[in-house]
Ligand binder design. Structure first.
Ligand code: NAP
Length: 787
């Protein structure tokens, strides 16, 4: 059972006479139960996780949840065979031991390949026995017998790993797990020397693990009873000596030094992946927090968030999944295999309008934010699951209706986002040269429907209406040096258009003040640091804000402080020139250093887009000056009666997105642009759910949307448990949909089809040094897969 992929609240094979079939549209991020698992972990984070421990106190909802979870885990354990509970892991360990003779014999060879195969075999075996074996033994997860548990612990921890059983168990299960659950037992962090250079920590120190481990153990033995200490010493000595003896007498090493070197090599062979997996598995622990040193570890923990599962790591280290490790912390006596045991019930089919998946991540996330797109690895992992199928090239509401889907599946989740944009409703909004941010983003990101946009970039000044992150994304793309964009997955045609762009000044105009901007600090910082550009902020806009923001929430405070700092800061060249009394020369020098500029304008609400004399483009926007009524986030912009004309030749309206209804059978709140729902349950339509922007409106980043989908998934699970979803009769799922699609001449695209398109895009991009060259024509995509 896995909290990542499985259902933590419903044991495998729960009283379902039919497999529940779920379908989801557009957002492949839905991992039905994953969120609930993570939530469960987070919820118990600061509590005593033992249900019984709560008896003297008020029974908290988290503890009730934990008790329920423990009960369900007990049922899963009860319904699992010995093979599942212990057999699989014991077999892996046994196979590893059986591989030892082969490993030692390979080292006899004078030829490189068998010799290296021997090193590799012994390295993997060593790590399997010392990491997987010791870990399971310290949890007593290899057997249900306490005395056998002790034998295994001595064998794996003392003989194989040269450590002490008592301290390993205490440090790992009591201290480390206690620390995870923040019950105040202390810091079990292995990173005791934060002053060390991060490279030493990450790349050199791991090589010394085989030497450091016994030294640390010897030190710890001072706190252990003498008989146990004696046993540990004997076992450690025996372990080392056997290894050394076998290298001399079986592998035929001639000198003690070469044997010792080989011992060190095999014992530290997988030390690096081990350190990395270890960090990966413990993401979220305070010891890997952003403010702890070495910072590199925190960054790494973020970097590996989307790593796919790896069989070698699963074999050697128990598993490479973070959530399974979380289960170890909650239920230490579960074996690795039990932690990996999946809930095999639900089948999920994903339908998507375009042939290619990943919606917003592919077509919305800015091309120069590749790290955000890493989430595609998680989506891919989900889509490749045998319980998940992807059907692209199917427009729900046209090729198949929602009621038809409801006939085919036990539950239907609508998780499409916001395909449309808000409109200003002012004169001139539809003039040539006025574009919605949505269309502009779609254009440079290769969204097929926006490829004909061909924006006119022949003017010097662009005006972006709105102070959100999309506005900053667009400003950055317009002003970025081409060499930065060339390395991204921006489409070739937009790159060519940007290469001819004359735009060198971008104003971002908001109707409210600096305390109400909707963008976030990371995006603002990127803009400030954009090479070849300079920020033009008017210090007068920020007068008195430093004290006004003192008590504001931290993100707002930091964001405002950054704007104030930028407004007051003069470029180095200007300062130098000013000091020399040559302001004009200084300004010229700054201009030369930063050929492009951008700025924020506040308290201006667009009234009309003014056409140029020939009507072929805007010449400016008339703005109503505003004053703020109220304070903080809820302040309202009220026109003062004064107006101002801002000159520009390009207008981009970035005032937010809007979802659209997709089927008349689905209720829709046209005013708010959302499907009316409660916790994702579509109002008045049992069995129909929604998630993402269509559920809560077009705000929030990917992680917000993921959490939101976990909430919807939780509702689906609750309805399954509560009998709201009738799963007593099986549903045909895709079988039924396929015949409907066939009758309408629609051919869906599978995930492996997408992988062919993906490979073609990556190959095209490679030639130009880009991660991919997106194919922007659906007909060409279909041609590649032979449709
Ligand atoms: P947004 O964050 O809602 O910002 C919309 C902006 O338009 C606000 O400044 C808003 O001002 C203004 N606005 C709305 N109606 C207006 C009107 N009638 N006249 C003048 N101004 C108007 O929307 P967004 O920028 O499209 O972003 C959507 C979501 O995606 C956001 O949650 C955003 O954070 C997220 N996103 C994140 C990233 C990233 O993480 N890098 C990138 C892109 C998007 P008021 O506040 O006065 O209404």
């Amino acid at each position: 059972m896995s909290l990542e992929d499985g259902d933590p609240l419903r044991p495998r094979g729960q009283q379902l006479s039919a497999v529940p079939r779920l379908m989801e549209m557009r957002d492949p991020s839905l991992r039905t139960p994953g969120g609930s698992g993570t939530d469960a972990m987070a919820a118990v984070g600061d509590k005593d996780v033992t249900p019984g421990g709560a008896s003297q106190r008020e029974w908290q909802p988290e503890e009730a949840l934990m008790a329920e979870l423990a009960e369900l885990v007990k049922e899963v354990v009860k319904s699992s065979s010995w093979w599942e509970r212990h057999g699989v892991d014991i077999s892996i360990l046994a196979c590893s031991i059986l591989l030892l003779p082969a490993g030692f014999l390979c080292l006899r060879s004078a030829q490189a390949v068998p010799f290296l195969a021997g090193v590799l075999t012994l390295g993997v075996v060593h790590h399997t026995l010392t990491v997987k074996g010791s870990h399971l033994a310290s949890h007593n997860a290899l057997t249900e017998s306490k005395s056998w548990g002790k034998v295994w612990a001595v064998f794996f921890i003392e003989l194989c790993s040269a450590f002490t059983v008592e301290q390993a168990t205490y440090n790992h299960v009591k201290l480390h797990h206690g620390y995870t659950n923040v019950i105040g037992l202390g810091d079990s962090s292995t990173w005791k020397l934060p002053f060390l250079n991060r490279y030493v920590y990450m790349f050199i120190a791991p090589l010394a693990v085989p030497i450091l481990t016994p030294l640390v153990a010897l030190d710890l033995l001072r706190n252990v009873e003498w008989k146990a200490a004696l046993r540990t010493l004997c076992c450690m000595f025996l372990g080392f000596y056997c290894h050394y003896w076998l290298l001399l007498h079986v592998s035929g090493f001639q000198s003690p030094w070469s044997a010792l070197l080989c011992m060190l090599l095999t014992r530290s062979l997988l030390a690096h992946p081990y350190i990395h997996v270890n960090i990966f598995q413990h993401i979220g622990l305070p010891m890997f927090a952003a403010d702890r040193k070495p910072k590199r570890i925190h960054l790494m923990s973020l970097g590996v968030l989307n790593l796919p599962r790896n069989p070698l790591l699963d074999w050697s280290f128990g598993h490479s999944l973070i959530s399974c490790h979380v289960e170890h912390h909650l239920f230490p006596s579960l074996s690795d295999n039990m932690c990996l045991k999946h809930h095999g019930g639900a089948l999920v089919d994903i339908y998507e309008k375009l042939p290619v998946p990943f919606g917003l991540v592919r077509f919305g996330v800015a091309p120069d934010h590749p790290e955000v797109k890493n989430v595609i690895h998680s989506f891919t992992q989900t889509a490749r699951s045998e319980r998940c199928a992807y059907y692209g090239n199917v427009t729900v509401g046209r090729d198949v209706t929602v009621p038809e889907l409801q006939r085919a599946y036990h539950a239907v989740v609508l998780s499409y986002g916001a395909e449309d944009n808000r409109v200003l409703g002012i004169p001139g909004e539809n003039l040539p040269g006025v574009y919605s941010a949505r269309a502009f983003v779609g254009w440079y990101n290769g969204l097929p429907e926006n490829q004909d946009l061909k924006p006119d970039l022949s003017c010097e000044t662009a005006l972006i209406l709105g102070h959100g992150n999309v506005a900053l994304d667009i400003a950055r793309i317009l002003l970025s040096p081409l060499q930065l964009l060339r390395k991204t997955d921006i489409t070739d045609s937009s790159l060519a258009a940007l290469a001819c762009s004359k735009v060198k000044r971008v104003w971002l105009v908001g109707r409210r003040g600096p305390l109400q901007v909707a963008f976030t600090i990371k995006e603002l910082r990127e803009m400030i640091n954009l090479p070849g550009t300079r920020a033009v902020l008017d210090p007068a806009d920020f007068t008195g804000l430093e004290s006004a923001v003192k008590d504001a929430p931290r993100p707002r405070k930091r964001l405002t402080e950054l704007m104030i700092k930028t407004a007051l800061e003069k470029p180095a060249e200007v300062q130098a020139a000013a000091a020399a009394g040559a302001a004009a020369a200084g300004a010229a020098a700054a201009g030369a250093a930063a050929p492009r500029e951008w700025g924020l304008k506040f308290q201006r609400s667009p009234q009309e887009v003014l056409p140029s004399a020939d009507g072929r483009r805007p010449r400016g926007v008339r703005m109503a000056l505003t004053r703020l009524e109220g304070s903080g986030d809820s302040a309202r912009a009220v026109p003062t009666g004064d107006v101002e004309e801002l000159e520009c030749g390009l207008v981009l309206s970035s005032i937010g997105y809007r979802s659209l209804p997709l089927d008349p059978a689905v209720p829709f709140d046209s005013r708010r642009g959302v499907i009316p729902n409660s916790s994702g349950r579509v109002q008045g339509v049992p069995g129909l759910y929604c998630s993402g922007w269509v559920k809560r409106g077009p705000t929030g980043v990917i992680i917000t949307t993921m959490n939101d989908s976990f909430d919807t998934a939780q509702s689906v699970l609750e309805d399954l448990q509560g009998g709201v979803l009738d799963v007593s009769l099986s549903r045909e799922g895709f079988g039924l949909v396929e015949s409907i699609l066939h009758s309408r001449g629609v051919r869906p695209v599978s995930f492996s089809d997408w992988e062919k398109i993906d490979a073609a895009e990556v190959a095209r991009g490679k030639a130009a040094g880009k991660p991919r060259e997106k194919i922007v024509d659906p007909a060409e995509m279909l041609q590649i897969i032979g449709h």
